[in-house]
Design a protein around this ligand. Structure first.
Ligand code: ZN
Length: 137
Protein backbone atom coordinates (compact mmCIF):
# COMPACT_ATOMS: atom_id res chain seq x y z
CA UNK A 1 0.00 0.00 0.00
CA UNK A 2 1.13 3.53 -0.80
CA UNK A 3 0.22 6.87 0.76
CA UNK A 4 0.68 10.35 -0.70
CA UNK A 5 -0.19 13.59 1.13
CA UNK A 6 -0.40 17.15 -0.15
CA UNK A 7 -1.92 20.40 1.09
CA UNK A 8 -3.92 22.93 -0.90
CA UNK A 9 -3.71 26.55 0.31
CA UNK A 10 -6.45 29.14 0.01
CA UNK A 11 -6.66 32.84 0.72
CA UNK A 12 -10.01 34.00 -0.59
CA UNK A 13 -10.86 37.58 -1.53
CA UNK A 14 -14.31 37.30 0.07
CA UNK A 15 -15.55 35.98 3.42
CA UNK A 16 -17.57 33.28 1.63
CA UNK A 17 -16.44 31.51 -1.53
CA UNK A 18 -17.01 28.18 -3.25
CA UNK A 19 -13.99 26.93 -5.19
CA UNK A 20 -13.94 23.95 -7.55
CA UNK A 21 -10.81 21.95 -6.57
CA UNK A 22 -11.49 18.85 -8.68
CA UNK A 23 -8.59 19.41 -11.11
CA UNK A 24 -6.15 20.06 -8.27
CA UNK A 25 -7.17 16.80 -6.56
CA UNK A 26 -6.93 14.92 -9.89
CA UNK A 27 -3.38 16.25 -10.31
CA UNK A 28 -2.42 15.01 -6.82
CA UNK A 29 -3.88 11.57 -7.59
CA UNK A 30 -1.88 11.49 -10.84
CA UNK A 31 1.32 12.40 -8.99
CA UNK A 32 0.65 9.75 -6.33
CA UNK A 33 0.81 6.99 -8.94
CA UNK A 34 -1.95 5.19 -7.03
CA UNK A 35 -4.29 3.25 -9.34
CA UNK A 36 -6.77 1.72 -6.87
CA UNK A 37 -7.72 3.31 -3.57
CA UNK A 38 -9.22 6.44 -2.04
CA UNK A 39 -8.56 10.16 -1.84
CA UNK A 40 -9.53 11.92 1.39
CA UNK A 41 -10.07 15.66 0.91
CA UNK A 42 -10.52 17.42 4.24
CA UNK A 43 -10.67 21.08 5.31
CA UNK A 44 -8.20 21.69 8.16
CA UNK A 45 -10.36 24.45 9.65
CA UNK A 46 -13.60 24.67 11.62
CA UNK A 47 -15.03 27.49 9.52
CA UNK A 48 -14.68 25.89 6.06
CA UNK A 49 -16.01 22.80 4.34
CA UNK A 50 -15.48 20.35 1.49
CA UNK A 51 -18.40 18.91 -0.47
CA UNK A 52 -19.22 17.11 -3.70
CA UNK A 53 -21.90 18.46 -6.00
CA UNK A 54 -22.66 20.02 -9.36
CA UNK A 55 -20.43 22.78 -10.81
CA UNK A 56 -23.48 24.84 -11.79
CA UNK A 57 -23.44 28.54 -10.93
CA UNK A 58 -27.15 28.75 -10.04
CA UNK A 59 -26.81 25.82 -7.64
CA UNK A 60 -23.78 27.42 -5.97
CA UNK A 61 -25.82 30.59 -5.32
CA UNK A 62 -28.66 28.41 -4.00
CA UNK A 63 -26.24 26.65 -1.62
CA UNK A 64 -24.95 30.02 -0.41
CA UNK A 65 -28.50 31.29 0.22
CA UNK A 66 -29.40 28.03 1.97
CA UNK A 67 -26.48 28.12 4.43
CA UNK A 68 -27.06 31.84 5.07
CA UNK A 69 -30.75 31.16 5.79
CA UNK A 70 -30.03 28.30 8.21
CA UNK A 71 -26.94 29.88 9.83
CA UNK A 72 -27.20 33.63 9.21
CA UNK A 73 -24.46 36.10 10.03
CA UNK A 74 -25.48 37.60 13.40
CA UNK A 75 -23.84 39.49 16.20
CA UNK A 76 -25.48 37.64 19.12
CA UNK A 77 -23.98 34.14 18.90
CA UNK A 78 -22.71 32.94 22.31
CA UNK A 79 -19.44 32.02 20.54
CA UNK A 80 -18.80 35.76 20.10
CA UNK A 81 -18.34 36.14 23.88
CA UNK A 82 -14.86 34.75 23.18
CA UNK A 83 -14.17 37.86 21.10
CA UNK A 84 -14.73 36.10 17.77
CA UNK A 85 -17.28 37.18 15.17
CA UNK A 86 -17.55 34.02 13.09
CA UNK A 87 -20.28 32.00 14.82
CA UNK A 88 -22.17 31.70 11.54
CA UNK A 89 -19.09 30.28 9.77
CA UNK A 90 -18.78 27.43 12.31
CA UNK A 91 -22.45 26.53 11.82
CA UNK A 92 -22.21 26.74 8.01
CA UNK A 93 -19.21 24.37 8.16
CA UNK A 94 -21.32 21.86 10.10
CA UNK A 95 -24.08 22.08 7.48
CA UNK A 96 -21.72 21.43 4.54
CA UNK A 97 -19.40 18.95 6.26
CA UNK A 98 -15.62 19.19 6.31
CA UNK A 99 -14.41 16.24 4.23
CA UNK A 100 -15.14 13.86 1.39
CA UNK A 101 -13.69 10.52 0.34
CA UNK A 102 -13.52 9.78 -3.38
CA UNK A 103 -12.80 6.31 -4.81
CA UNK A 104 -9.90 5.93 -7.23
CA UNK A 105 -10.27 3.37 -10.00
CA UNK A 106 -7.72 2.91 -12.78
CA UNK A 107 -5.78 5.96 -11.57
CA UNK A 108 -8.80 8.30 -11.85
CA UNK A 109 -11.29 9.83 -9.43
CA UNK A 110 -14.27 7.51 -9.93
CA UNK A 111 -17.13 10.03 -10.00
CA UNK A 112 -20.77 9.66 -10.83
CA UNK A 113 -22.32 12.08 -13.32
CA UNK A 114 -21.69 15.79 -12.59
CA UNK A 115 -19.83 15.20 -9.34
CA UNK A 116 -17.18 17.82 -8.59
CA UNK A 117 -15.23 18.58 -5.41
CA UNK A 118 -15.66 22.02 -3.86
CA UNK A 119 -13.86 23.90 -1.10
CA UNK A 120 -16.40 26.04 0.76
CA UNK A 121 -14.95 29.02 2.59
CA UNK A 122 -17.11 30.63 5.27
CA UNK A 123 -14.57 32.85 7.06
CA UNK A 124 -11.98 33.72 4.44
CA UNK A 125 -9.57 36.54 3.68
CA UNK A 126 -6.84 34.63 5.51
CA UNK A 127 -4.65 31.57 4.88
CA UNK A 128 -6.52 28.27 5.09
CA UNK A 129 -5.68 24.79 3.86
CA UNK A 130 -7.09 21.44 2.83
CA UNK A 131 -5.33 18.11 3.22
CA UNK A 132 -5.48 15.63 0.35
CA UNK A 133 -4.42 12.12 1.40
CA UNK A 134 -4.33 9.42 -1.28
CA UNK A 135 -4.17 5.81 -0.07
CA UNK A 136 -4.03 2.69 -2.17
CA UNK A 137 -1.96 0.54 -4.47
ZN1 ZN B 1 -14.80 31.03 15.89
Amino acid sequence: MKAHTEYLWFHTKNKREYINITERVEEIVRKSGIKEGFALVSAMHITAGVYINDAESGLIRDIDEWVEKLAPFRHDYRHHRTGETNGDAHLKSLLIGHEVIVPITDGQLDFGPWQQIYYAEFDGQRDKRVIVKVIGV
